[in-house]
Each structure stands twice: as C-alpha cells, then as structure tokens.
Design a protein around this ligand. Structure first.
Ligand SMILES: Nc1ncnc2c1ncn2[C@@H]1O[C@H](COP(=O)(O)OP(=O)(O)OP(=O)(O)O)[C@@H](O)[C@H]1O
Length: 269
C-alpha cells in the first residue's frame, strides 16, 4: 500500500522531510515578440521546518517565484511539489483547492477583510475550505500572536503590526505545509517588523512550520535559516545562517554584477 506521499501523480518519488520542491520552473509573461522571462529554470528543495528568505534585485523574479510556488499562478514550464504533491490539474478550481489544502500566505498589505472581525478573518480560510471551524484553536493561535484580547475588533481598529499578526494567525490556522510571505514586513515600522519576524521564527522553531519569505531587507533576511539569491530569473547564490551584514554585502555585489551583465548585453546589441 502506497501512502499519499510515496508516489505523486506524475510518478516522481517524494523526498521524506521535503516541504517544497521546484524542478526547472519557468515563467514567461507576455506573447511572442513581447516576452519577459521572469523565471528561467529554477530548481530548489526546501526541507520541512526551514525558514528561507528570497532576495534579489528588483525585477529578478522573487514575487513570480513565490506566486508560482504558492499556486497563486501557474508556471509556464517545470514542476512544483508541495509536501510531495504535484501542483497540477486544470483550471482555477484545482489551483484554489491546492492552495487551500497546503498553503498559507502573508502579504505586504495584510489583505484582511475590513468588515470581518479578527476572529472572523482568522476562521475564514477554514470556512472556505469546508472544514470544521474550531474557534478554541483559532483563539489559541490569536493568543499566541498576542491578540487574544482583540477577537471582536475590526482590522481598522488595529495597528499595522497587529493586522499583520492577524494575517499570520490566518495563515497558520489551516496548518499549511508551507507559509509564503511576500515582503511581510515591508509596510511595518522597525519594531512591528521585529515582532512579525519573531513570530515567523517561532512558528518554525517551535511548531516545525516551513516558511519562505521574499524581502528586500537584509535584517529581515538574517532572521531566516538561509537565503536564496535570485538574479534575472535564476538562483545565483545560497547562504546559510546569514547575518544582516553578509546579506547586505552579497546584495551589493549582486546588484553590481547584474548592472555589469546588462551593460555588456546592451553593448553587444
Ligand atoms: N504580469 C506580468 N506581466 C508581464 N511581466 C511581468 C508580470 N509580472 C512580472 N513581470 C516581469 O517579470 C519580471 C520579474 O518580476 P517580479 O515581480 O517577479 O520581480 P521581483 O524580483 O519580485 O521585483 P521587485 O523586487 O521589484 O518586486 C520583471 O521583469 C517584471 O517586469
């Protein structure tokens, strides 16, 4: 008897302990003659319980990578596996189901529903997925993010940092295989950003959550276990146990390198 994870529908063997795998993922925007290659053959494997930051110059493909890995968009080529399950199937409904079952997402602008209370926002993903709404569990998660006394408040009655903590609770409530963050601290002041990063770290260290976060901020990236560097749609580097200084230095080199390569390409035209 094969377990769910033993063999996926495409026949590739799942790797134990692997939360996310991308195989030669490509994303091309636009139509012929006017194409942008946003991802140019990205392959990666992230273990369960890891915290990864994705960095790279503007336009290097970070958001596209996240969108494709999280099932918010479909790659043009290659394969994405979340917890051994292949992101496949036709149409939006299949993609939506995949996301609801396996993915949590935290956006830069929080994306809470303004007319719903904190508790209603957090339990919404369970309702949408047709799952039992365990209010006690939702409350426990909200207590964990420090908002146990704000259950009946509306998002507009909270600070930006508090709203992002609600968004994290909402992402965690379905027990997703991977939580993706697209600049989750981008709209926050330093202190709120620190709180949000500490929460993400805690979810990884204490609860074995897998987190992948795009950021422009070397300090935020240094909270992750490792950093992946993208340039022109490709992974060009990987750093373990990053410090903010090391990340900032790498980014400076990367920006110079990209600038040099672009100048060489322009000169060759
Ligand atoms: N919907 C789209 N249609 C056409 N081109 C797009 C689209 N989305 C992104 N691109 C292009 O794909 C490339 C990668 O964009 P992406 O947003 O992934 O980069 P990024 O690294 O997240 O950039 P930033 O740091 O500025 O947010 C860019 O050249 C961008 O212009």
């Amino acid at each position: 008897m094969f377990g769910r994870k033993a063999v996926d529908r495409a026949g590739a063997a799942a790797v134990p302990g692997e939360a996310l795998r991308l195989e030669d993922v490509r994303k091309v925007y636009g139509t012929e003659g006017n194409q942008v290659v946003a991802l140019d053959g990205v392959s990666l494997s992230l273990p369960s319980g890891s915290f990864t930051a994705v960095m790279g110059p503007s336009g290097s493909g970070k958001s596209t990578l996240l969108q494709c890995a999280a099932g918010l968009d479909r790659p043009t080529g290659g394969r994405v596996f979340v917890d051994g399950a292949l992101l496949a199937g036709d149409g939006e409904a299949a993609l939506t189901r995949f996301r609801r079952e396996r993915i949590g997402f935290v956006f830069q602008q929080f994306n809470l529903l303004p007319t719903l209370t904190v508790m209603q926002n957090v339990t919404l993903p369970l309702k949408l997925a047709g799952r039992k709404v365990d209010r006690r569990r939702a409350q426990a998660i909200l207590e964990r993010v420090g908002l146990g006394d704000r259950l009946g408040h509306l998002p507009a009655e909270l600070s930006g940092g508090q709203q992002q903590r609600v968004a994290i609770a909402r992402a965690l409530v379905t027990e997703p295989r991977v939580v993706f963050g697209d600049e989750p601290t981008g709209a926050l002041d330093t202190r709120s950003a620190r709180d949000v990063l500490a929460l993400l770290q805690e979810s990884v260290r204490m609860f074995g959550q897998t987190v992948v976060m795009v950021t422009h901020d070397p300090v935020a990236a240094s909270c992750a276990d490792s950093v992946l560097y993208l340039a022109d749609g490709r992974i060009v580097g990987h750093q373990q146990a990053p410090t903010a200084e090391a990340v900032a230095e790498r980014m400076t080199h990367l920006a110079d390198e990209v600038e040099r390569q672009r100048a060489t390409t322009e000169a060759g035209r």
